[in-house]
Design a protein around this ligand. Structure first.
Ligand code: FES
Length: 312
């Protein structure tokens, strides 16, 4: 089956470089905003995933409800109130989205820019709608409101593309516990790991970062950064942490905790031991995490079920 027109347009948008220069300037300005620790709060590090999708519920919900009330005779006043609530909530939601956007890949930034333009247009239309309502032109205010809802719908569709097809806010280390098998895995002899240097190894086809501290203690983390899969083995080691070379997230080597964003999820961590001069690592599994063996059993069961359903 071929690609539909909508997908073709979205993919073309990802590939379109025309706004790249402006995008780079804008992203630099967003990164230069003096937000301090509020930046990580806006990324959603405290929540464990991006906070922007949560924050947009207020403006979208308010504006959607206003549209319903606008279709109800005599509810213009309440609809106007909801338009105002949506406008008040749109600013913080946009700021959270902007700080996330400034740390994305180029293709994600292109889609994100149009997402932001659509939502900015929605804010302008709803602002005009509120002005019209406050100056006694409720019919025109309603019309602007419906135009705003159309713009916010377009913005939402682009946001969905950004989040799900382009995986902009996903945890890029989530699959590690489902892929790495239980038990100890050899990753090399002790002398293959110079003190304080990040070394990349592979376990069950999963890249792993191994670091030997000056005192001889070994640490191992999933190597692909949870933010956007940046290579932590090319990062900087300091103060018991590794800093991602792509967008600067900082992870504690001892347990993978994301000390600094934009990463909102920690790195899966491994236990380490040295046996006869050989370094071995074992995934530190949170209780209840599905192992590859359990996953395989589930897949077998699903296959058997599907086979039974196919049989006449
Ligand atoms: S990939 Fe973005 S901080 Fe690591």
């Amino acid at each position: 089956m071929g690609q539909n027109r909508m997908l073709w347009l979205l993919d073309a948008l990802e590939r379109d470089p025309r706004a790249d220069a402006a995008t780079d300037v804008l992203a630099r300005r967003v990164r230069a905003l003096p937000l301090g620790s509020a930046r990580d709060a806006l990324h959603g590090r405290w929540l464990g995933h991006p906070v922007h999708p949560l924050m947009v519920q207020v403006p979208i919900g308010s504006w959607m409800s206003a549209a319903v009330l606008d279709l109800w005779p005599g509810r213009s006043r309440e609809a106007g109130l909801l338009v105002g609530v949506g406008l008040a909530a749109a600013g913080p939601a946009a700021l959270a989205g902007a700080v996330d956007w400034a740390e994305l890949h180029r293709q994600q930034k292109r889609v994100g820019l149009v997402h932001a333009v659509a939502n900015t247009a929605a804010v302008g239309l709803y602002g005009t709608s509120l002005f019209c309502r406050l100056t006694g032109r409720s019919g025109t205010g309603r019309a602007y409101g419906f135009l705003g809802l159309t713009a916010v719908g377009l913005g939402g569709m682009l946001g969905g593309h950004l989040a799900y097809r382009q995986a902009s806010g996903a945890n890029h280390a989530e699959e590690v516990p489902h892929v790495v098998s239980d038990g100890w895995h050899g990753v090399g002899t002790v002398d293959e790991f110079p003190a304080g240097q990040p070394v990349r190894r592979t376990v069950d086809n999963v890249p792993v970062l191994v670091v030997r501290e000056t005192g001889g203690t070994f640490h191992a983390l999933a190597e692909r950064c949870s933010h956007l899969a940046g290579p932590l083995s090319e990062g900087t080691i300091s103060d018991g942490c590794v800093q991602c070379p792509w967008h600067g997230s900082v992870f504690r080597l001892s347990d993978g905790w994301n000390v600094r964003g934009p990463a909102t999820a920690p790195q899966p961590a491994f236990d380490t031991r040295v046996v006869d001069g050989h370094v071995e690592i074992r995934l530190r599994r949170a209780d209840g995490t599905e192992t590859p063996a359990e996953r395989g059993a589930e897949a077998d069961e699903a296959g058997t079920r599907a086979e039974g359903e196919r049989r006449p």
